[in-house]
Design a protein around this ligand. Structure first.
Ligand code: PLP
Length: 387
C-alpha cells in the first residue's frame, strides 16, 4: 500500500495498484468491460460505463494523483485530450496567456481550433514577468505554463506565474511532461492543475499514447470529471494498464535519462561543430537561479545548434545509429530530431523564427542506453556530417 509520506519511488510502484482485492494480484487487473451491472434500477454501481471510468483507469489515476501530490487525477487518451479537457472549462469570450514556445500541438489546438469558438490566446515570452502582466485583460481566465520549453529549453518561473494568476483570479496550469514529478513539483509552486503527455516519460517505453490531468484541490475537480466523461476523453483499459506499468520505473529511468543528458551536454559543449547547447544543467545556463529554485535536477531533454560552416544538420541526424531519428521523447531509446522540419513542422515560419527555432537546431531525448555508446554514436555522426 502507499501513502503520501512515502518517497516518490515507492509511491510510483504501489499507489493505486491494489485497487482490486479479489485474488491478491500483485499487478492491477485489466477490465475490458464497457459496461457494469446495476444491483437494481436507480442504484448505479461505482463503475457503470467504460467511457466514464473503469477499474484499470482508476488505479492509474490514484497513482498519478499520488505522484504529483494532487487531490484527483484523470487518465486521458492522449496528452492533447488532457489539454483539451482543461480548455473545455472555458467559455466563448475568454482569454488565455500561453508561452510562445509551448508544445507545437498545444499551439495548434489553441490557435487553429479553439479560436473558432472565440477563445483568444496571447503568446508571450514567459521568462519576462512584465510581458505576462501586460497581457492580462479583463476577460483573461487562464495562464498556461510549460517549462522547460520545447525545444528551446527556456525555463519559466512557476512560482512567479502562479502568483500573478492568484492576484488576477486566473486558473494556472502547468504542463509537467518534460520534468515529471521526479524533478519538478508544480503544486508546491502554487499551480492549480497539472497536465502530462504520459506518452513521454511517465509511460517511458514508446509503446502507448496517453495523457493526464491532476487537480491540486477539489475546486476544479468536479468540472474536469464531468468534461472527461462527457466528451469521452478518458483512457481505455489496455492503454491505462501500460501507463501504470511504465510508471513503476519512473524514478530510476529519470535519473538514468538525466545522467546521460548531463554527460552528452558536456560532450557537445566542448565540440567545435556545436554553436550552443540548451540544457538547464550547464553552468552557463542563463536561468540557473530559477532552475535551482524550482527543479531538483536539470531533467533529460536538451537541444543544440550546429555550426553550419562545419557540419550539415540533415547529414548529421541521418548519420546516427544508436539514436533513432524520430519525434516524441521520454522513452528508454534515444531519439534525435530537427524541430524545424519535424516536431515543429506545422508552425508558421514566422512563429518558428520568433521562438528561435532555426533549421540547424537539433533536439535530443537521450534514452537509458550506456552513455559511452551514445557519445561514440554522436562522435561518428559529427565525422560523417563534416563539411
Ligand atoms: C507530446 C506532448 C504533448 C501532447 O501529448 P500527446 O500524448 O502527443 O497527445 C503535450 N505537451 C508536451 C510538452 C508534449 O511533449
Amino acid at each position: 500500500m502507499s501513502d503520501h509520506k512515502q518517497h516518490l519511488d515507492t509511491r510510483a510502484v504501489h499507489a493505486g495498484v491494489y485497487i482490486d482485492e479479489t485474488h491478491g494480484s500483485i499487478t492491477t487487473p485489466i477490465y475490458p468491460s464497457s459496461t457494469f451491472s446495476f444491483p437494481k434500477p436507480g442504484e448505479a454501481p461505482h463503475f457503470n460505463y467504460g467511457r466514464c471510468d473503469h477499474p484499470t483507469r482508476e488505479a492509474l489515476q490514484q497513482n498519478l494523483a499520488s505522484l504529483e501530490g494532487g487531490h484527483r487525477a484523470w487518465a486521458c487518451v492522449s496528452g492533447m485530450a488532457a489539454i483539451q479537457s482543461v480548455l473545455f472549462m472555458l467559455r466563448a469570450g475568454d482569454h488565455v496567456i500561453c508561452g510562445r514556445d509551448a508544445y507545437a500541438g498545444t499551439l495548434r489546438l489553441f490557435l487553429r481550433i479553439l479560436d473558432r469558438y472565440n477563445i483568444t490566446f496571447s503568446l508571450v515570452a514567459m521568462e519576462d514577468e512584465e510581458a505576462v502582466r501586460s497581457s492580462i485583460r479583463p476577460e483573461t481566465k487562464m495562464i498556461w505554463i510549460e517549462t522547460p520549453t520545447n525545444p528551446m529549453m527556456r525555463v519559466v518561473d512557476i512560482a512567479a506565474m502562479t502568483a500573478i494568476a492568484k492576484e488576477h483570479d486566473l486558473i494556472s496550469v502547468v504542463d509537467n511532461t518534460f520534468l515529471t514529478p521526479v524533478f519538478q513539483k508544480p503544486f508546491e509552486l502554487g499551480a492549480d492543475i497539472i497536465v502530462h503527455s504520459t506518452t513521454k516519460y511517465l509511460n517511458g517505453h514508446s509503446d502507448v499514447v496517453g495523457g493526464a490531468i491532476i487537480c491540486r484541490e477539489e475546486q476544479y475537480a468536479e468540472e474536469i470529471e464531468f468534461i472527461v466523461a462527457s466528451a469521452g476523453l478518458g483512457q481505455g483499459p489496455f492503454d491505462a494498464w501500460l501507463v501504470l506499468r511504465g510508471i513503476k520505473t519512473l524514478g530510476t529511468r529519470m535519473r538514468a535519462h538525466q545522467d546521460n543528458a548531463v554527460r552528452i551536454a558536456e560532450f557537445l559543449s566542448a565540440r567545435p561543430e556545436v554553436r550552443r547547447v540548451n540544457f538547464p544543467g550547464l553552468p552557463d545556463f542563463p536561468q540557473s537561479e530559477v532552475v535551482a529554485r524550482q527543479q531538483s535536477g536539470p531533467g533529460g531533454m536538451l537541444s543544440f545548434e550546429l555550426e553550419t560552416s562545419q557540419v550539415d544538420p540533415i547529414r548529421f541526424v541521418k548519420a546516427v545509429r544508436v539514436f533513432q531519428l524520430a519525434v516524441s521523447l521520454g522513452g528508454v531509446e534515444s531519439l534525435i530530431e530537427l524541430p524545424f522540419s519535424m516536431s515543429h513542422y506545422s508552425m508558421e515560419e514566422e512563429e518558428k523564427v520568433s521562438a528561435g527555432l532555426t533549421p540547424e537546431l537539433v533536439r535530443m531525448s537521450p534514452g537509458i542506453e550506456h552513455t559511452d555508446d551514445l557519445i561514440a554514436d554522436l562522435d561518428q555522426a559529427f565525422h560523417a556530417a563534416k563539411l
